[in-house]
Design a protein around this ligand. Structure first.
Ligand SMILES: C[S@@+](CC[C@H](N)C(=O)[O-])C[C@H]1O[C@@H](n2cnc3c(N)ncnc32)[C@H](O)[C@@H]1O
Length: 272
């Protein structure tokens, strides 16, 4: 097969998964069309661009780290907490956070592309539903989870995903020389604190839903394995007065378990 035939047929092959479907008849018709020309080579040897939506979506995915980094920066700077119900200029926000104006403006523009914060016509910024979730005082705040999911070690581990898929092994130990939770509790005190806050926040949120939705009819004992500080267990024991519960987690975590489960706490006699 000549190179010109290859050029004419391969685009329709690569686009075969996307509607509208390209038939063999179309392929044959394509092969008879004159080939596009470039000035340098005479014949264009690359496939035409893929459909714009697919290309844009793929670009968004591979550029995703930038979005995650922007959210992390906002969470660490306290940007969402600095903006209340009143619209503020970038200058006002920068003064409140102690940052230069221009980099903060760029950060806000990047975030607003993702639906966090919105610029009004007068240039002032307001919250969106999503940016409100980054406030520390939001009832369903995702600030600590946003920090946890973007902690420094995550940026080292993700690029090793292909290695993990190839080997089927945990790459974390190769990177840090120890198991994840050993590393967290011995070498990454700040990250461990972020983890505790993130788990506490999210388990308080999920404990509420779990207690409401879980049917424990006929159940006398539950165990929460890796149950953190026991927020799920507390909710379940509070809802079901006959229930007994066991919390299993690392000693340092259990030592700080919810006070209701320990000592003179109201649920202590029903938990271990
Ligand atoms: C993703 S967190 C889940 C937290 C908890 N379910 C909650 O909702 O807050 C995983 C938990 O497993 C615990 N863990 C890790 N290694 C453990 C081990 N060897 N034995 C018991 N718990 C462990 C961690 O301390 C952590 O609390």
């Amino acid at each position: 097969m000549s190179s010109s035939e290859t050029t004419a047929r391969s685009p329709s092959r690569s686009a075969a998964a996307d509607p509208p479907l390209h038939s063999e008849r179309d392929d044959a018709a394509d092969a008879r069309k004159p080939l596009p020309h470039t000035q340098e080579t005479g014949v264009m040897t690359t496939a035409p661009p893929s459909p714009p939506q697919a290309a844009m979506r793929l670009r968004e995915i591979v550029f995703g780290a930038a979005g995650a980094a922007a959210v992390r920066a906002a969470a660490r700077l306290g940007l969402a907490d600095a903006l209340g119900d009143e619209p503020l200029t970038v200058e006002e926000l920068a003064a409140s956070l102690g940052t230069p104006v221009q980099p903060l403006r760029r950060l806000l523009r990047a975030l607003s592309c993702h639906g966090l914060f919105a610029a009004r016509e007068d240039g002032r910024y307001v919250h969106t539903d999503m940016s409100r979730l980054l406030r520390d005082d939001a009832p369903d705040s995702l600030r600590s989870i946003s920090l946890w999911c973007t902690e420094p070690w995550t940026w080292h581990a993700w690029p090793q995903l292909d290695v993990a898929v190839r080997s089927g092994q945990n790459v974390f130990t190769d990177l840090y020389g120890k198991e994840f939770f050993d590393y967290l509790h011995t070498d990454a005190a700040e990250s461990a604190q972020v983890f505790n806050q993130a788990m506490t926040r999210s388990s308080m949120q999920s404990a509420r839903d779990l207690a409401e939705l879980l049917d424990l009819t006929g159940v006398s004992t539950v165990a929460d394995i890796g149950g953190g500080q026991g927020h799920v267990l507390v909710r379940l024991l509070e809802k079901h007065p006959m229930l007994h519960g066991t919390l299993l987690d690392l000693p340092s975590v259990v030592a700080n378990a919810d006070a209701r489960l320990r000592g003179d706490g109201p649920l202590a006699d029903r938990s271990s």
